[in-house]
Design a protein around this ligand. Structure first.
Ligand code: GLN
Length: 482
């Protein structure tokens, strides 16, 4: 039997055995969206129910899917959760959308993001602010906030997100689901509204690691429309989904990630997950990634530099919000962009300006190479690296929104893999109470697994075996039952 919390792989089985029809599956999720979206606010746009459903054996035939509101869908409003693009209707599909549609997936709607993917809480959306299903007084993480909420509460079995510095992994961790970003370049960026082009990586939020693999096999691969897309084959051996042990796998635990600033509750859960990996047969050893401490500063130079460049196109003339009072590009931008976007435009413009370029952007690019080399050295020794995904569990709305640096610190564990272009994922491994609220609710904690470039398969194997070992412990949020 299919439930709203079924894995895509189980839904596929049920559809193939004809125990359920694609229309019934779609209806189940649509009625849950109608029921829960008014409070959870995961979706900004909900699409019409399709007139016909694909009846084929293609890989994802009849699977409902949701897209972060950065993925262009032809003829369907795509806003980046920004006033700037409030009425933008793209004339083409993103390559990821195109590939999933060709494989039979059916788009159910567009999910809320922090404006232009800038943020880690969902609060920077110019429209709805998604709520964490585990405690609606808390943020779901971001920027793929609505996608994480929708999967977590069983409003959709899987959703596409984007990850530039952690925007898939961090909300997945905070909402207790799987978040996966492949190696930079594996998934085409064509048609995905850009944030920082050398970091942007489309990926997924799903219920299981296997579901992440299933979607990845369809989306990944060379795309002539994205010159940075990689040609390598992306087959994932079906054998890895039958494994229960990690006997031949070497796993590194970087000592630089366990210094300070991690909530004690999170640390306990992560240490337990690391012990579990050893129990499953993995050879777990301490490693060093010496330039880790520079990653956050490096990211917050490179990312705004590229973001400010990408945002230059929104002038209210060719497209984007036009200010009729004042009628200038500056007035259109002042009205169209929210405060976090403006902050990043200012940071980016500053670090790229004449006289500062060498001191900031160029230096950050050099440090980025050192970070990449740290990982390359580590991956000569180990197959995968594990760390916490985030230093805390989900925090209360407003707690960090007026303190950008506090918010940026939440990205400390996710940005290194982004800078190095590595595949990385977050897998739920338990629950912890917030540090400042010892009697507060138990909230999800994710373990981050990073792989060597193009070593997605190995990463899936580690994630899947670990996830399987937690099958009896991982729950769904209360209050969203069928
Ligand atoms: N939280 C990070 C930021 O605000 C990550 C954003 C992202 O990955 N899109 O930049």
């Amino acid at each position: 039997m299919i439930s709203p919390f079924s894995a895509l792989s189980d839904i596929r089985e049920a559809l193939r055995n004809k125990t359920v029809s694609a229309a019934e599956v779609f209806d189940m999720y649509r009625s849950r969206i109608d029921r829960y979206n008014p409070t959870l606010q995961a979706f900004h746009t909900i699409h019409e129910i399709p007139a016909t459903f694909p009846d084929s054996s293609s890989a994802l035939a009849g699977m409902p899917i949701a897209y972060k509101d950065l993925y262009c869908e032809r003829g369907r409003r795509t806003t980046a959760s920004s006033k700037m693009l409030e009425n933008f209707v793209p004339p083409y599909d993103a390559t990821v959308v195109k590939r999933l549609t060709e494989a039979g997936a059916i788009s159910i709607g567009k999910t809320i993001t922090d404006e232009f993917a800038m943020g880690g809480s969902g609060e920077n959306s110019a429209f709805e602010k998604p709520k964490n299903p585990w405690d609606p007084t808390r943020i779901p993480g971001g920027s793929s906030a609505g996608s994480a909420v929708a999967v977590s509460a069983g409003l959709i079995p899987a959703a596409c997100g984007t990850d530039t510095g952690g925007s898939i992994r961090q909300p997945a961790s905070m909402c207790g689901i799987v978040g996966f970003k492949p190696t930079y370049g594996r998934n085409s960026r064509y048609g995905v509204i850009p944030m920082a082009s050398s970091l942007d990586t489309p990926g997924t939020l799903s219920r299981t690691v296997r579901d992440a693999g299933m979607i990845y096999e369809i989306t990944a691969g060379r795309d002539p429309l994205d010159s940075t897309s990689l040609p390598n084959r992306t087959h994932v051996s079906p054998d890895i989904w039958t494994r229960h042990r990690l006997d031949s796998v070497k796993i590194g635990v970087p000592k630089e990630y366990f210094v300070e600033g991690i909530d004690p509750g999170v640390r306990t859960i992560i240490m337990r997950a690391i012990d579990r990996l050893a129990d499953l047969g993995a050879d777990v050893r301490e490693i060093s990634l010496p330039h880790t401490e520079y990653a956050l500063a490096t990211y917050y130079i490179i990312m705004p530099a590229e973001a400010s460049t990408n945002l230059a196109r929104y002038d209210g003339i060719r497209y984007g919000h036009t200010a009729w009072e004042g009628r200038s590009i500056a007035a259109s931008r002042a009205e169209g962009f929210g405060p976090e976007v403006k902050r990043r435009i200012m940071m980016g413009t500053f670090v790229l300006s004449a006289g500062f370029y060498d001191a900031y952007y160029r230096k950050a690019s050099l440090v980025r190479e050192l970070i990449r080399e740290d990982f390359a050295r580590a991956f000569e020794e180990v197959d995968a690296i594990v760390t916490p995904t985030a230093p805390t569990v989900a925090w209360k709305f407003w707690q960090k929104v007026n303190d950008p640096v506090k918010m940026y610190l939440e990205d400390v564990f996710t940005v290194p893999a982004s800078l190095a272009g590595l595949p990385a994922m977050s897998v739920p491994v338990g629950y912890a109470r917030p540090e400042d609220e010892p009697t507060g609710p138990e909230l999800p904690v994710g373990l981050q697994i990073m792989g060597a470039p193009l070593a997605e398969e190995r990463m899936f194997e580690v994630g899947h075996v670990l996830e399987r070992s937690y099958a009896d412990e991982i729950r769904v949020p209360e209050g969203y039952e069928e």
